[in-house]
Design a protein around this ligand. Structure first.
Ligand code: AP5
Ligand code: MG
Length: 215
């Protein structure tokens, strides 16, 4: 199964993707997480990307397409993969379709998690993320057992540089102008499935599984 999880920033893409990949045993490929990992490892691509990320802007299509090409052509992505947060522009979507055609394959489904802007602001401003494994928490809805410590790996929890009010505002504007047009792109391909993201974690997950078990 080859799937893409879409939705505005803070919709729950990462939270749901981590459960989906556990169930279906597939690699999760999150461009945002790849950039953050590269930044934390002091790699030049991560340092360059973070200049854009912290302002809430997109990283260039060329850089993003290239890191995805390198990742998707690895052996573990041959039969199954989940893409989280890529593509985000029409240029990226066309590049992905070209790459998949080269690989003689295609996407099976695009899950679009819907949410209102009010909910998204609250989710991102209260989010905390593990520095080591990237697991995501929420100070109200998904508190770690021990304050500031990851339940999964005991890593330190921090607030993402792009979770400030100004940066979230910018990310939402960019989502509306550059990423939302992709919904039409995938709807025309007949592979778009909308899921209500303004429910509990489990209810959103159940709705996604209903879709994935049918395809
Ligand atoms: P990325 O890391 O992908 O960020 P994003 O798209 O802005 O989305 P988020 O990760 O913020 O939110 P999410 O939907 O994963 O929500 P989460 O599950 O964490 O990208 C970051 C940046 O990298 C981009 O802005 C850009 O600069 C760059 N980038 C990445 N990909 C790129 C690309 N393709 N092209 C160019 N640039 C790119 O949940 C959010 C919070 O809500 C958490 O606290 C969570 O616990 C809570 N929550 C989730 N679901 C629920 C629920 N059902 N109920 C209650 N709380 C919930
Ligand atoms: Mg995410």
């Amino acid at each position: 199964m080859k799937i893409l999880v879409m939705g505005p920033p803070g919709a729950g893409k990462g939270s749901q993707s981590s459960k989906i990949v556990e169930k279906y045993k597939m690699p999760s490929i999150s461009t945002g997480q790849m950039f953050r990992d590269a930044f934390n490892a002091n790699e030049s691509i991560g340092i360059e990307a973070m200049k854009f990320i912290k302002e809430g802007d997109l990283v260039s299509d060329d850089i993003t397409n290239e890191i995805v090409r390198l990742r998707l052509t690895k052996k573990d992505a041959e039969t199954n993969f989940l893409l989280d947060g890529y593509p985000r522009t029409v240029t990226q979507a066309v590049a992905l379709d070209d790459l998949l055609e080269e690989m003689d394959t295609k996407l099976d489904a695009v899950i679009n998690i819907l949410s209102s802007h009010d909910v998204l602001f609250e989710r991102m401003e209260q989010r905390r993320v593990c520095k080591v494994c990237g697991a995501s928490y929420h100070l109200r809805f998904k508190k770690p057992v021990v304050d500031k410590v990851c339940d999964k790996c005991s890593g330190e929890l921090y607030q993402r540089q792009d979770d400030t009010h100004e940066s979230v505002k910018r990310r939402l504007e960019i989502y509306e102008t550059k990423t939302k047009p992709l919904l039409d792109y995938y709807s025309k391909q007949g592979i778009l499935y909308n899921v209500n993201g303004m429910q509990s974690f489990d209810a959103v997950y159940e709705d996604i599984i209903l879709v994935l078990d049918e395809i």
